[in-house]
Structure formats: structure tokens, C-alpha cells
Design a protein around this ligand. Structure first.
Ligand code: NAP
Length: 306
């Protein structure tokens, strides 16, 4: 069987593309990875989605999109795509030992949160050191936590953690935050939150069965300090999930896919990209949904022109 379109990725970009293509009767096959879309799943309250004035939680929004796509006729497959062959049509996609063939392909694999890569971090990743407050914040009820980073994600994580933690310390390496004013205002006045600027994380300090805190360097004095904490939430940005393409499509130096300006077209005909796999600039839910819609329209036109 040759599919008309395979969409790799079941986050907001891929699901939006699948809704449009399903509605056009093209029966897209969406391959969803085991980890839910990194960004939207960790977005607590989406207050800015046009037409949803009451707001919606990120996971609920994603679930609604999934059900909408399914109702319209999109098909789903769970698993991780390990490789693709884009050298000839039909293109092939390898997943779970199966080779799937398709006339067109939409890459919507998103991005993955980065870790610090400092000593002591690896051992505690996933629980005491996390990139997802909604996933792990609950375990820090009444405890001290650190959020590392100065962007919107760090502010959002810190705000969420005030629900559980007794103290939330934001540790940022520069003297000014990168986060937008709106995100800063939401959290910086909170009585549980304090801000430590000009601190570069050096090492996660262990104690028996846990962590004692974070060793940082004070960039103004050059001295090393220990910031005590029971948990550390790392919010220092993301990296695009494009390695599985094995260099068959051009990317920038950080791995973000390059598309023809103003379109979702890659340099290979019939292969499109949307969402954070190709967006290093905005990283917003709405830009991801918009680019998913654009990819579906480009793909539909491509298939119609054949
Ligand atoms: P970001 O804006 O790139 O911020 C990353 C932060 O981590 C920066 O402050 C950076 O420091 C710091 N950092 C990077 N590497 C570091 C390292 N090795 N050690 C210590 N600190 C490090 O990433 P983001 O906050 O994840 O946001 C990404 C995009 O998503 C943005 O466009 C943002 O607006 C968007 N976003 C939207 C929402 C929403 O709409 N709900 C929520 C979250 C994020 P420097 O400032 O020194 O570079």
C-alpha cells in the first residue's frame, strides 16, 4: 500500500495538518511518538488561543485535536520513526520494523527540551531533575526547587511550581531575563519566588538518596556558591527532533529544517515541514498550528497537481 500522506509527529502542528488533510479526504496517517508533544503538554493554561476566552489546559487542547482528527478520518500509529528514504518516490518511512510507503510526507517532529549537561545531572534526570513541572512538580510538595533559565519556559515552570513547592528559585546565567514582560509579571511578584541572576550552573550536588542543590558560579564575583534545593527544573530551551532524517534535508547549524521562505516546502518535492522542527524563532502554539495548516495546504496542492 502507498499512503497519500504520512505525517510524522502528533503534536499540535502534525495534528492540525492531519485535521486539514483528513477533511480533504486524503486519509493521512499520523505517526505519533511515545512522548507527547513537549511544549503543549507542559503548557498549563493556554489563555491566548483565539476563540477560547475561558482558556484551556495544554493536554486537553491536544486531546481535543486528536479526537477531531480521528473523527474526520485521520489514521494513527504509535511509535518512533527511526529513518526515512527520500531519495525516490514513493518515499519510505521506517517505524517499528515496518517500512511504510507514501506519496508525500509532512515532518512535524517538534523539539525536545535540553538539559544542562553538567556533572551530577544525568543520574537524577526524570524525577529530581526534570524539564517538566506539570509532570513532576507534584513530587515537590513543601520542598525547595530551582528553575534554571531566563526565558518564557522558565517563568512558566516557576509559576506552576508555586502550587506545590515551598520556595522556587529561578537561576539565570545573565543579568537580564529573556522572558517577555507578560511571563515575568506572572511569577516574579509571587512570595514563594526569588531570582538569582548572573549564576552559571556548574554541578548538581548529591546527598544520599537525592540532591542537595546546585553549585553555581557567581559571574560577577567569580565565586562558587551552593543553592540548596530538593529538585531542579531545567528550562533552557529546546533542540529540534530532526536527527532521524540522517541529513537528507538541509538544516541550519542547530538542526532546524530549512523550508522555502513563506512556505512549508523543503527542497525535496512532496516533503513538507511544520512546527518546531523548522521554527527556531517563535516556538508558540499558534505558530505551530498555523504552520501545520500551511503544510496541509501545500501538501494537498502538491498531490492535486500530480
Ligand atoms: P529560550 O527563550 O531560548 O530561553 C532559554 C533560556 O535558557 C535563556 O534565558 C538562556 O539564557 C538559558 N540557557 C540556555 N542554555 C543555557 C545553559 N546551558 N545554561 C544556563 N542557561 C541556559 O527558550 P524557552 O524559554 O524554552 O522558549 C522558547 C520559545 O518558546 C520562545 O519563543 C518562547 O516565547 C516560547 N514559549 C512560549 C510559551 C507560551 O506561549 N505559553 C511558553 C514557553 C515558551 P540566555 O538568556 O542567556 O540566552
Amino acid at each position: 500500500m502507498v499512503h497519500k500522506c504520512i505525517i510524522i509527529g502528533g503534536g499540535v502542528a502534525g495534528l492540525t495538518a492531519s485535521i486539514y488533510l483528513a477533511r480533504a479526504g486524503l486519509e493521512p496517517l499520523v505517526i505519533k511518538g511515545p512522548n507527547p508533544s513537549s511544549h503543549v503538554m507542559t503548557t498549563i493554561d493556554v489563555e491566548y488561543f483565539p476563540g477560547v476566552p475561558q482558556g484551556i489546559e495544554g493536554p486537553a487542547l491536544l486531546d481535543n485535536m486528536f479526537r477531531q482528527a480521528e473523527l474526520l478520518g485521520a489514521r494513527f500509529r504509535l511509535g518512533t520513526v527511526t529513518s526515512v528514504d527520500l531519495s525516490k518516490r514513493p518515499y519510505t518511512v521506517v517505524q517499528g520494523g515496518d517500512i511504510l510507503r507514501t506519496e508525500s510526507l509532512i515532518i512535524a517532529t517538534g523539539s525536545t527540551a535540553k538539559y544542562l549537561g553538567i556533572p551530577g545531572e544525568e543520574q537524577e534526570r526524570g524525577l529530581r531533575i526534570s524539564t517538566c513541572a506539570p509532570c513532576n512538580g507534584f513530587f515537590f510538595r513543601g520542598k525547595k526547587v530551582i528553575v534554571v533559565g531566563g526565558g518564557d519556559s522558565a517563568m512558566e515552570e516557576a509559576e506552576y511550581l508555586t502550587r506545590y513547592a515551598s520556595e522556587v528559585t529561578i537561576v539565570h546565567r545573565r543579568g537580564v531575563l529573556r522572558a517577555s514582560q507578560t511571563f515575568q509579571e506572572k511569577v516574579l511578584h509571587h512570595p514563594k519566588v526569588s531570582l538569582l541572576l548572573n549564576r552559571t550552573p556548574l554541578e548538581v550536588l548529591p546527598v544520599e538518596r537525592g540532591i542537595a542543590g546546585l553549585k553555581v558560579s557567581n559571574n560577577e564575583t567569580g565565586e562558587e556558591e551552593t543553592v540548596p534545593a530538593d529538585g531542579i527544573f531545567v528550562a533552557i530551551g529546546k533542540a529540534p527532533n530532526t536527527q532521524f532524517l540522517g541529513g537528507q534535508l538541509p538544516t541550519d547549524s542547530r538542526g532546524y529544517l530549512l523550508v522555502k521562505p513563506g512556505t512549508s516546502e523543503t527542497e525535496i518535492a512532496g516533503v513538507f515541514a511544520c512546527g518546531e522542527a523548522q521554527d527556531s524563532r517563535y516556538g508558540h502554539l499558534l505558530t505551530a498550528t498555523g504552520s501545520g495548516c500551511a503544510a496541509a495546504i501545500d501538501c494537498e496542492r502538491y498531490l492535486a497537481s500530480e
